[in-house]
Design a protein around this ligand. Structure first.
Ligand SMILES: [Zn+2]
Length: 99
């Protein structure tokens, strides 16, 4: 079975919490949303009316604004002084051997 998802991304304002909105890409065919920090919104979904059908690679998709906000909070720490998208790796635990 082939994978035929043809997204229709439009730029959309999404209310993520009281008084807070983000502008990001929203797929009108599935309702998926993208993180505006992981994708280039102005390339991915430049228009609010004419959808694009780019399939983004290596980015997370979100079904709810809560998920995006949670994800973006992880970004904000990484973003400072660095590039926008950084894989967050757990640091290896280096502990002294104990008996
Ligand atoms: Zn992101």
């Amino acid at each position: 079975m082939s994978y035929t998802w043809e997204p229709k991304w439009i730029k959309k304002r999404i209310r993520v919490s009281e008084g807070v909105e983000i502008e990001t890409c929203y797929d009108i065919s599935t309702g998926l949303m993208l993180c505006p920090l992981c994708v280039n919104v102005s390339r991915m979904c430049p228009s609010t009316t004419e959808p694009t059908n780019i399939i983004p690679e290596n980015v997370p998709y979100f079904f709810s604004p809560e998920d995006i906000i949670y994800h973006m909070k992880v970004h904000t720490k990484a973003v400072e002084g660095k590039k926008l998208y950084i894989e967050v790796k757990e640091e290896e635990e280096v502990e002294e051997e104990e008996e």
